[in-house]
Design a protein around this ligand. Structure first.
Ligand SMILES: Cc1cc2nc3c(=O)[nH]c(=O)nc-3n(C[C@H](O)[C@H](O)[C@H](O)COP(=O)(O)OP(=O)(O)OC[C@H]3O[C@@H](n4cnc5c(N)ncnc54)[C@H](O)[C@@H]3O)c2cc1C
Ligand code: SF4
Ligand code: SF4
Ligand code: SF4
Length: 495
C-alpha cells in the first residue's frame, strides 16, 4: 500500500469510527455487554470482528476471546459489529410502516390502561361498521382478576373490557368461537404470543385458517414483557393482605408492578418485578417478542409518557385505521419522532437476549434419594388393571443409554412412546452390585408428553483411567399406571 493510500484509509476508518460513535451516543451497548452477553455465555463465534474494529482491542489467541489493551470509551462500536448481538431496530421489534404516540379522545375511555388507544380503536371500528365482533379479555366476574376471553359486539362492551390483566388469556379459543359463529370481520386483541398463534393459523401451510375465506381478522397486538400465573401470584397478593376484589387496576411500569384501589390515584402497593419473578409464567422466559411483531397494529406503553401509548402500524390497513381513527376524532396522535424509540429498543433487547441464557428443558438434575426413602411401590395387579386404559402390550417408554467414559456418566434417555401424557413420573436409578443397590437417585417429572424425551446424566464410580463397567437399574412408575419400566442396563465401554 502506498503512503497516500494508507493515510486515506486511516482517515476513512477514523471518520467511520467517529461517525458511528456519534450515532451510538446515549445507547447502553459496550464492551462489558459484549463480554457478558456474547463471550461469557459461550455463543461467541471467535470471528474476531470486535478486535478488528477497535484500536484498544486485540484478539487473545490463548483465551480465544477479545482482550482490552487500552482504555475503553464504552462507545459500543464493537458490540454493534458483532454478528451475534441483536442491535438493529428491525431485528429488535420487527417491521413497521410508521409509529405514533397516541391517546384517546373519548371521555368514557380516559382512565383505561394507558392511553386507551386499544379501546378507542375498537370503538372506532364498531362505529364505522368495519368489524362485526372483537375478541377481548375481561375480568371473570366470579373470580377476581382471572382473565376470560370474550367475543363482544358493541363499543359499550369494548369500554368495559379496557385495562390489562397480566396473565395468559385463551383468546384464540374465543376467536375460533367467533369464526364458528360466522362473524366475518373480527378485531382480535392479544399479547404477542396470542398474535403469533393467529398469524400461524393464517400463514402456515398447515394453518387451520389458511384457506378460510369467510372472515378477516385485524390483529391488535399488545406489547408484553411478562405475564404471571394467577394460581401463584394472586394467593401471594392475598397472603400480603390484599383484597383482590377491591383492586381496580394493575400496572407494570419501569420494572415495578403496581396495584391501585383508585385507578386515577397513586398505587397502594408496589413490588419490583424481581420480587415477583417466581410467579412468572414459565413460557415468558422463552419469549423473544416484546412488541407483537406480527400484528397489524401494536400498542404498548413504553416509549410514550404517562396516559399515552406507543403505537406501531405494521400493515397498510393498520396504518389506515390509525390515521382514520385520528381524523374522525377517536384518537389524538403525535408523529413517529415523538416516540422514545431507545426506551422501546432497550426493553426489546432485554427480551431478545434472554435467548442466550435460556436453559433447554432437556437435561434434568437428579437429586439424591434420602437413605430412608421407601422404594417406589408398585400397585397391586388388580388396582393397576382398574386405572390402566386398554393399552395392550404397547410400551410406555423407550429407553436408551450412552456411556460418557471421560465424565464417567451414563446418559439415560427416556422417550414417552405411549401416546398419552405421563404424569408425575417417578424415576429411580441405582447401581446394582451383587444384588445390592448403591447410590440411588430419584427425580419426579410432572409431565412427559408423547414423544418427548428427557435425558438424565447418572454419575458412575470408577478409578481414573479404568474402564467403567456397571449394572444400572432404571425404574419408572406413575401414579396412574404403577410401575411402567424396570430394567437393569449393563453399562460398559464399546468394544
Ligand atoms: C400480560 C401483559 C403484559 C404487558 N406488558 C407490557 C410491557 O412490558 N410494556 C408495555 O409497554 N406494555 C405492556 N403491556 C401492554 C399494556 O399493559 C397495555 O395493554 C397497552 O399499553 C395498551 O394500553 P391501552 O390504554 O390502549 O389499553 P386499553 O384501551 O385499556 O385496552 C386494553 C386491551 O387489552 C386487552 N387485554 C387485557 N388483558 C389481556 C390479556 N391478558 N391478554 C390479551 N388481551 C388482554 C383488553 O381486552 C383490552 O381490550 C402488557 C399487557 C399485557 C396484557
Ligand atoms: S472503545 Fe468502543 S469499540 Fe473499543 S472496546 Fe470499548 S466499547 Fe468496544
Ligand atoms: S465479534 Fe462477537 S462473535 Fe466475533 S469474536 Fe467478537 S464477540 Fe465473538
Ligand atoms: S411474555 Fe411472551 S409468552 Fe409471556 S405473555 Fe407475553 S407474549 Fe406471551
Amino acid at each position: 500500500m502506498t503512503e497516500n493510500n494508507s493515510q486515506k484509509n486511516e482517515t476513512q476508518y477514523e471518520y467511520s469510527f467517529e461517525y458511528i460513535q456519534k450515532k451510538l451516543e446515549g445507547k447502553k451497548d459496550s464492551f462489558g455487554m459484549l463480554m457478558k452477553e456474547i463471550v461469557r455465555t459461550g455463543i461467541c463465534t471467535e470471528c474476531g470482528t470486535c478486535a478488528a474494529v477497535c484500536p484498544v482491542l486485540e484478539w487473545d489467541d490463548l483465551a480465544g476471546q477479545p482482550k482490552l489493551i487500552g482504555k475503553c470509551t464504552g462507545c459500543g462500536i464493537c458490540y454493534n459489529q458483532c454478528p451475534r448481538t441483536i442491535t438493529d431496530p428491525y431485528q429488535l421489534m420487527g417491521d413497521f410502516k410508521t409509529g405514533y404516540v397516541a391517546n384517546t379522545n373519548i371521555p368514557e375511555v380516559i382512565g383505561g390502561q394507558d392511553g386507551g388507544t386499544v379501546t378507542s380503536l375498537l370503538c372506532y371500528l364498531f362505529d364505522e361498521h368495519l368489524i362485526d365482533a372483537a375478541v377481548v379479555t375481561m375480568k371473570d366476574p366470579s373470580k377476581p382478576w382471572r382473565p376470560v376471553a370474550q367475543i363482544i359486539t358493541s363499543k359499550e362492551d369494548a369500554i368495559k373490557a379496557s385495562g390489562s390483566i397480566y396473565s395468559h388469556s385463551q383468546t384464540v379459543e374465543a376467536l375460533m368461537d367467533a369464526v364458528r359463529q360466522d362473524f366475518r370481520s373480527i378485531a382480535f386483541v392479544g399479547t404477542p404470543c396470542n398474535i403469533d398463534a393467529v398469524s400461524k393459523m393464517f400463514d402456515s401451510p398447515t394453518g387451520m385458517l389458511k384457506y378460510f375465506m369467510r372472515c378477516h381478522v385485524l390483529k391488535i397486538g399488545l406489547f408484553c414483557m411478562d405475564s404471571f400465573a394467577p394460581e401463584a401470584i394472586y394467593p401471594f397478593f392475598e397472603s400480603e393482605g390484599i383484597d383482590l376484589s377491591k383492586v381496580q387496576k394493575m400496572d407494570i411500569n419501569k420494572g415495578k408492578f403496581h396495584l391501585y384501589y383508585d385507578p386515577q390515584g397513586e398505587p397502594f402497593k408496589s413490588y419490583t418485578i424481581k420480587q415477583l419473578d417466581k410467579f412468572k409464567s414459565s413460557s415468558c422466559n422463552f419469549c423473544l417478542d416484546l412488541t407483537s411483531e406480527h400484528a397489524d397494529i401494536s400498542v404498548g406503553s413504553v416509549g410514550s409518557g404517562a396516559n399515552k401509548n406507543t403505537v406501531f402500524a405494521r400493515s397498510g390497513i393498520g396504518a389506515e385505521i390509525m390515521e382514520d381513527a385520528a381524523e374522525k376524532g377517536y384518537l389524538k396522535i403525535e408523529p413517529f419522532n415523538a416516540i422514545n424509540l431507545n426506551a422501546v429498543l432497550f426493553l426489546a433487547k432485554l427480551k431478545k437476549v434472554s435467548q442466550y441464557t435460556v436453559r433447554k428443558r432437556k437435561v434434568f438434575i437428579v437429586r439424591d434419594a434420602p437413605e430412608e426413602e421407601p422404594r417406589i411401590e408398585t400397585k397391586p395387579e388388580t388396582e393397576q388393571a382398574e386405572v390402566t386404559p386398554p393399552l395392550g402390550t404397547k410400551k410406555f417408554l423407550s429407553v436408551s443409554k450412552d456411556l460418557n467414559e471421560e465424565k464417567k456418566t451414563v446418559n439415560i434417555s427416556l422417550t414417552n412412546t405411549i401416546g398419552y401424557v405421563l404424569e408425575d413420573m417417578k424415576i429411580r436409578i441405582a447401581t446394582v452390585e451383587e444384588l445390592f443397590e448403591k447410590k440411588p437417585w430419584i427425580t419426579t417429572i410432572t409431565e412427559l408428553f408423547p414423544f418427548e424425551t428427557i435425558e438424565i446424566g447418572y454419575p458412575l464410580e470408577g478409578e481414573p483411567g479404568e474402564p467403567v463397567v456397571a449394572n444400572v437399574l432404571v425404574e419408572v412408575s406413575t401414579e396412574a399406571f404403577g410401575k411402567i419400566f424396570s430394567r437393569t442396563l449393563k453399562v460398559a465401554p464399546q468394544e
